[in-house]
Ligand binder design. Sequence first.
Ligand code: GDP
Ligand code: MG
Length: 223
Amino acid sequence: MANSDSGASSNNYSFKVVLLGEGCVGKTSVVLRYVEDKFNERHLTTLQASFLNKKLNIAGRRINLAIWDTAGQERFHALGPIYYRMSNGAILVYDITDEDSFQKVKNWVKELKKMLGSDICLVIAGNKIDLEKQRNVPIEEAEEYAKTVGAKHFQTSAKLNKGIEEMFLDLSQRMIERAQENDLQKASELGRSSSMRRNVVVVDDEQAAETSTSKLTCCGSTT
Ligand code: GDP
Ligand code: MG
């Protein structure tokens, strides 16, 4: 599904985005706020679908986001690569009042880099900024860390609908850029391999020419 119709030549992009982070940091709330503009005070244990679709338009480009939320498996440490494979983007969520949840984000970044390399666009979301008074993760520390791993850092509140739209927009723009870079790279690789084929032909010709020349010389010297 991911990338199926993405590409610089087309105006349609499909991206898979996964949400990762400790239980209760607000992953489901962030997705529901973004896709359905709803918020629930209660912890939402189950989701009907494993992903929700969101369509958006950026500068005339049509983007379809498949946003994957966990069904709570993270609490049993049972979120494997099957969940995040083929993702174009990941949103790593922590709760600004919970230092532990920020450490979990660091673990997720490590795992994603190990499994997917730097192909994936990363966003780190410090959620629940409406609880600023109970903040336990210094904003400077989080932003500094995000920079070191090439991620963008956003401050969000699913409750107050803060920062969420901007975060998905920024991520989408970066995923488009990444898809375009990949397409350019593929095109140049194709170009390289066809010129390599030409080189091989040229080498063959030279060899043939050399052989015939030496044959001629050989013949010439013997006759
Ligand atoms: P998940 O386990 O990461 O999917 O977390 P949930 O989305 O189920 O949210 C866990 C709890 O945090 C719920 O009680 C939510 O109402 C609450 N919550 C989520 N986002 C926010 C937020 O921005 N501010 C506040 N104050 N509570 C939030
Ligand atoms: Mg959830």
